[in-house]
Ligand binder design. Structure first.
Ligand SMILES: COc1nc(N)nc2c1ncn2[C@H]1C[C@H](O)[C@@H](COP(=O)(O)OP(=O)(O)OP(=O)(O)O)O1
Length: 174
């Protein structure tokens, strides 16, 4: 079992984890593995591999388990690099509010395969498809993948899809 909280204590919100696998392809381009969610919350969106923590599970152990369940790929907890601790608030659907711990991992075994939960696909790090991802991703993920450790909150509007406020410096919203 791995240590519980690589980015400090978690809040009382429901906890989820997400892991962005990265690799450098034959032409030297860094790619990030995303998956198109086949069902549930965020169906149709491209997301990192991850999901809810099970009772008593550490966030690192959850990330190891979710990566395997969703893609067949094996990662080790010690290879997970903490990127971000994010709080998502949905005032119009409080049951969706949650806290996410995000990791990057560039060391893994196996090739991603489609699972019951998602269809995996590699994307260029420099050209991530933000228009097909959760709205918050465009604000923090490029910073995190460039090496910043992020702690931020995002509040979603009544459409349950659009970020309407955030405490992350530099975020400008329409
Ligand atoms: C930028 O990426 C994300 N932003 C936001 N706002 N939310 C995200 C992002 N990536 C994933 N999520 C959310 C969507 C879901 O609430 C959770 C993951 O849930 P999931 O349903 O995949 O969790 P599982 O544990 O796999 O589901 P089951 O327990 O139902 O199998 O994170």
């Amino acid at each position: 079992m791995a240590d519980a909280e690589p980015l400090g204590p978690a809040s009382g919100l429901p906890q989820v984890c997400v892991c962005y696998l990265t690799r450098v392809d034959a032409s030297g381009v860094t790619r990030v593995l995303l998956g198109r969610k086949k069902g549930g919350l965020g169906a149709g969106k491209l997301v990192g591999l991850g999901g809810k923590l099970e009772p008593g599970e550490s966030v690192l152990d959850a990330a190891v388990r979710e990566v395997h369940e969703e893609s067949g790929v094996r990662v080790r907890a010690r290879d997970l690099v903490p990127l971000a601790r994010l709080r998502y608030f949905f005032p119009d659907r409080p049951a969706w509010s949650q806290e996410s711990t995000a990791f990057r991992c560039d060391s893994f075994e196996g090739e991603p395969v489609e699972s019951d939960e998602l269809v995996p696909e590699w994307f260029e790090l420099e050209h991530l498809p933000f228009e097909r991802m959760w709205h918050d991703a465009r604000f923090w993920l490029p910073l995190a993948l460039a090496g910043d450790q992020i702690r931020a909150s995002f509040t979603f509007g009544s459409d349950l899809d659009t970020v309407v406020s955030s405490d992350l410096p530099g975020v400008t919203l329409a």
